[in-house]
Design a protein around this ligand. Structure first.
Ligand code: ATP
Ligand code: MG
Length: 424
């Protein structure tokens, strides 16, 4: 019978890779905790309408990338393509935005029907960070500082670059959009095919175009910068001053617009040249209009999302990783000593909760068990034979050091292993 395989673009994470995932997730959580952010969790599915209304009908995501289906009750549901809309929905539903500020994060799978390739999948993972109720450039700067801290902790700051821009107020953006469309209409034939289509649907996205001829055309056209309203200009100037003061390196990219409809003012991306076309590692910006657009009271908001698979690819290629292991100590049990071995293992684990102690099961020769101990990556093998069990001792074999085997009392072995934890 033909075996059933996973859905294209949706990956399994096997045990040898999950250690790196856990490492990445723990550094992220530790960084967020250091900034006092709180976790929020919400379902991976929402009513389709939520994404249509927030992300925008004429975006790539809503037009082409959503996993949308009817449930048994004929209701249209969608697997979340991103987290911001759900986050706003959940906050509104539970009154979290009423008379208070919020600094939140979430982590989990997102779903987009895209062409799978390296760094681009149909189920991928993001950590999203969202803040509400703060309209000044200080919170924008904090978010950028937070992301920079994270890249530093992961040892990736040398291979990512921050680009920032201001999209201005909604009115300023609309005015610029009109000027851009008018200009490009006159030069439509010189536009690449994608951009011609976007001229009708989402003209700002043309600024993102990879086509050189389109980019040359844009050089001669209207510039978003000239259309910025006074407040947005001021906001952006203060943001850059704060980034300078905090020594967060950045460059200004006046063509950075982001694909979603809901952004205003600050927009940014951390990009890398190490992942080919999948260059965006982290992206976000201010979205002061979204809460009201979804029916809530107008609430300033700014946030970003990091693609974890891309970060992981960067980690594997560019970072010096700490030793990641599942086993510190391998306990071998030779002869009729199972109950003594289980009892000792339990006492060691109880005394040293951080130690990773792997208990051999299934019997076998001394030689065979030691081979497995070595393969497990453990630093130390504890060997319990019938003689040791009778004398309440245990033999300690050092697997990664040139150090003679010792036989210790079971109390002393706990002290020795405690030292091992400190060393690691
Ligand atoms: P891209 O331009 O690469 O399609 P995007 O603008 O669609 O990215 P966002 O919606 O801003 O991406 O999502 C934030 C981050 O999530 C991206 O910077 C990227 O790291 C990651 N990401 C987005 N789509 C995918 C995907 N299909 N597979 C893996 N990671 C993704
Ligand atoms: Mg995309």
């Amino acid at each position: 019978m033909k075996k059933i395989q996973a859905i294209r673009g949706m990956n399994d994470t096997l045990p040898e890779d999950s250690l790196l995932w856990q490492y990445l997730e723990s550094v992220i959580k530790q960084t967020l905790a250091g900034f006092g952010y709180r976790e929020i969790r919400f379902p991976i599915m929402e009513k389709t309408e939520l994404f249509k209304r927030s992300i925008g009908e004429v975006t790539d995501i809503v037009e082409k990338e959503m996993y949308t289906f009817l449930d048994r009750n004929e209701e249209s549901l969608t697997l979340r393509p991103e987290g911001t809309a759900s986050c706003v929905r959940a906050c509104e539903e539970h009154g979290l935005l009423y008379n208070q500020t919020q600094r939140l994060w979430y982590m989990g799978p997102m779903f987009r029907y895209e062409k799978p390739q390296k760094g681009r999948y149909r189920q991928f993972h993001q950590v999203g960070i969202e803040t509400y109720g703060l309209d000044g450039p200080d919170i924008d700067a904090e978010l950028l500082l937070l992301s920079f801290e994270l890249f530093k902790k992961l040892g990736l700051d040398h291979c990512v670059e921050l680009q920032i821009n201001s999209l201005g107020s909604e009115a300023a953006r609309a005015e610029f959009r009109n000027a851009l469309v008018a200009y490009l209409q006159d030069h439509k034939d010189a536009l690449d095919e994608d951009s011609q289509r976007r001229l009708e649907t989402n003209p700002l996205r043309i600024l993102d175009s990879k086509s050189q001829s389109t980019q040359r055309l844009l050089d001669q056209g209207p510039s978003l910068e000239d259309y910025l309203d006074t407040e947005s200009r001021q906001h952006f100037a203060e943001l850059t001053q704060l980034l300078d003061a905090c020594a967060v390196p950045y460059s200004i990219n006046r063509r950075l617009v982001r694909g979603l409809d809901y952004y205003s003012r600050t927009a940014f991306e951390w990009v890398t040249d190490k992942l080919g076309a999948q260059s965006a590692v982290c992206a976000g910006g201010r979205y002061d209009n979204l809460v009201a657009q979804l029916g809530g009271k107008a609430t300033p908001a700014v946030g970003f999302a990091i693609g974890l698979e891309r970060l992981l690819l960067l980690l594997q290629a560019e970072a010096e990783l700490p030793a990641l292991k599942t086993v510190d100590v391998y306990m071998a049990a030779v002869g009729d000593v199972q109950s003594a071995a289980l009892g000792l293992a339990a006492r060691v684990r109880h005394a040293l909760p951080e130690l990773k102690l792997f208990m051999h099961c299934g019997g076998g020769s001394f030689k065979n068990q030691l081979k497995k101990a070595d393969k497990s990556g453990a630093d130390v093998a504890l060997i319990l034979g019938e003689d040791e069990a009778a004398a309440n001792t245990i033999a300690v074999k050092f697997l990664r050091e040139d150090r003679p085997q010792q036989t210790l009392s079971q109390g002393d072995v706990i002290d020795l292993l405690a030292g091992l934890i400190i060393k690691n």
